[in-house]
Design a protein around this ligand. Structure first.
Ligand SMILES: Nc1ncnc2c1ncn2[C@@H]1O[C@H](COP(=O)(O)OP(=O)(O)OP(=O)(O)O)[C@@H](O)[C@H]1O
Length: 577
């Protein structure tokens, strides 16, 4: 950055030097036709040309340095934003305002921060050029200075007002821009392409995207119109003052207050000064906008007060994980998603959660694994209250909507514990346990096969195969508390039966929390908790729950009847007392 600054100082000084040299040329030519006068003019002309050459060389070197600086600055700024995002509490991601702040911070990191060398360069060069022009003018006609200042003031004032208002407009449009980004992803993404075509949605989303841009355009046009007249008025006022200065200069030349070469050069200097004055208004607008974005970036990275992402060294064992009276509500939700839930989990046990859609099963697992902090209630590991980071280090989760990383198969599995990314033995063992080894054997490059057909050499898997890879990731982590949220939803009947038959062997010595809508899968669990509207309404073994003849028994019979082609039993509430 200091090189860029030095280059600008050099260029700016060159402009002032050129002005003084031009005066030498004019002085020599106007003085007469003697050989001394002509050689003075020729030497000055050579100086002008040399300075012009140095100036344009400095300009090229400056631009080259800027291009290199841009990349490094963008890397550092994006890293600052993404590391702050990685440390942000998961619950923040449920707030639209958070995503607006991320978007502004990313725009700052990807556009405004990399432009910083250019902005600094332009500001420095413009300001220094003005200073050198001013010095040259002082040497020739000092009284032009106040006039130059008065000419620039109206435009500078409007530029300052405009850049503040423009940033406010950008902030108001952020959610609209995010929607446009989302629609663009729908219209261009590979994963989305099939459904858009199957439902013929291209035109619908295209129209919505156009509407987003129309809203931005409308707001931008209204904004620009609001400032257009102000800007024109300010420019007119500035030019009127500059014209008065030119008049004064001509008068001074005619009356002999200044000699002709000085008057001519001062006129040139005045024109350069006015041009720089106009330039400084656009520089002010651009740099003001950038400064506000950068302030947003700093605020965003500073407001994440949490510790850096914990190394997550997986804890090897525990005796009992206890949840006492846990409650949790999503921001703005009318009722809690989890409401006063208590349960125990011990290694070697399989505990199942069942319940209708939206009954709070997934949310409860997010509390137990330290992804959300409970609104009230306690989580204890071996009787000691546990922090979220400790719970995360204790657990491994196979989410219902697990991520399909467009990376190699090996990475898809080993990302279960990044500390062991290169551990081949652990990788093979995890794949074997999840039944993924056979899938990998059929892939062109085995574990090194890139998943994601939109990348060179990439291929894709079926959903059931992906699920096994995700299961392998859960195994790879070797954590003592395992959450399996619908782990076999996409698997074939044999694969599902095999997983549940071997569940205890596969997860020996670990506590397993299993969520499933398939009652055949959960019946062998040590305890089954039935959730309804966030509360545990029934709990016990399969036999106990069947004997209790409540919600569980009704749902179980409903599913069993569908398989056995039996009439659907009536719910208990509909039976005679
Ligand atoms: N991000 C969220 N913001 C607000 N409410 C949410 C959010 N996620 C879930 N909910 C609500 O919380 C409740 C519990 O949702 P949860 O996903 O825990 O249910 P679930 O039992 O896992 O459902 P399913 O069987 O359909 O997977 C639901 O009413 C749901 O609408």
């Amino acid at each position: 950055m200091s090189i860029v600054l030095l280059l600008q100082i050099g260029q700016a000084m060159g402009v002032g030097g050129m002005l003084l040299a031009v005066r030498g040329v004019a002085g020599g030519l106007l003085a007469g036709h003697g050989s001394d006068d002509v050689s003075r003019a020729a030497v000055s002309a050579l100086v002008v040309m040399a300075l012009a050459l140095v100036n344009s060389t400095l300009n090229i070197v400056g631009l080259t340095h800027q291009s290199i600086l841009r990349v490094g600055i963008e890397r550092d700024a994006v890293e600052a934003v993404t590391s702050a995002t990685a440390r942000t509490d998961l619950l923040e991601f449920e707030e639209p305002g958070f995503h607006d702040r991320v978007r502004l911070a990313l725009a700052a990191a990807q556009v405004h921060a990399p432009n910083l060398p250019f902005t600094v360069m332009t500001v420095t060069r413009t300001a220094l050029t003005l200073v050198t022009v001013v010095i040259a003018l002082i040497a020739m006609a000092w009284w032009l200075l106040p006039l130059l200042l008065v000419a620039a003031l109206p435009s500078i004032r409007v530029a300052l007002l405009q850049q503040r208002a423009h940033f406010d407009l950008q902030r108001r449009l952020t959610e609209n821009q995010r929607t446009a980004g989302y629609l663009t992803q729908l219209l261009t993404g590979r994963d989305e392409a099939k459904e858009l075509r199957a439902f013929g949605l291209g035109r619908t989303f295209f129209d919505r995207l156009t509407a987003c841009y129309d809203r931005t355009l409308e707001a931008e046009v209204a904004f620009r119109r609001r400032f257009l007249w102000k800007e024109i008025r300010a420019r007119l006022a500035g030019h009127a003052v500059a014209a008065a200065a030119v008049g004064g200069l001509l008068l001074a030349a005619v009356t002999g207050v200044v000699d002709a070469p000085t008057a001519l050069t001062a006129l040139g200097g005045l024109l350069v000064g006015v041009q720089q004055g106009i330039m400084i208004t656009s520089v002010l607008r651009a740099s003001g906008d950038s400064l506000r974005y950068l302030r947003e970036l700093r605020r965003f990275t500073a407001e994440v007060t949490g510790p850096p992402a914990p190394p997550m060294a997986t804890r090897r064992s525990f005796g009992i994980l206890t949840a006492r009276n846990l409650s949790f509500a999503y921001p703005g939700a009318a009722r809690p998603a989890v409401d006063g839930v208590s349960l125990d989990l011990r290694p070697g046990e399989v505990v199942a959660l069942v319940g209708e859609n939206g009954s709070g099963k997934t949310t409860l697992t997010k509390l137990l694994t330290g992804l959300y902090s409970p609104g009230s209630g306690t989580l204890l590991v071996d009787g000691v209250p546990a922090m979220a980071a400790e719970l995360r280090a204790l657990s491994t989760v196979l989410f219902q909507d697990y991520l399909r990383y467009k990376l190699s198969v090996a990475e898809n599995i080993a990302l279960g514990d990044p500390a062991f990314l290169g551990d081949r033995g652990r990788l093979l063992e995890a794949a074997r346990r999840a039944g993924a080894a056979r899938i990998v054997a059929d892939l062109p490059d085995g574990y090194d096969t890139r998943l994601g057909a939109e990348f060179t050499g990439g291929t894709d898997l079926s959903l059931g195969q992906w699920q096994r890879i995700a299961l392998a990731r859960a195994f790879f982590r070797q954590a003592p508390f395992v959450v399996l949220d619908e782990p076999t939803a996409a698997m074939d009947a044999r694969a599902e039966a095999d997983l549940f038959a071997r569940m205890r062997e596969l997860f020996a010595e670990r506590a397993v929390l299993l969520i499933s809508h398939r009652f055949s899968s959960v019946r062998s669990a040590d305890r089954i908790h039935v959730l309804r509207r966030g509360r545990v309404v029934e709990a016990g073994t399969h036999d106990e729950l069947m004997a209790a003849d409540g919600i569980y028994a009704e749902s179980f019979r409903l599913q069993a009847a569908a398989y056995l082609d039996e009439p659907v039993p009536r719910p208990p509430s509909a039976r005679p007392a």
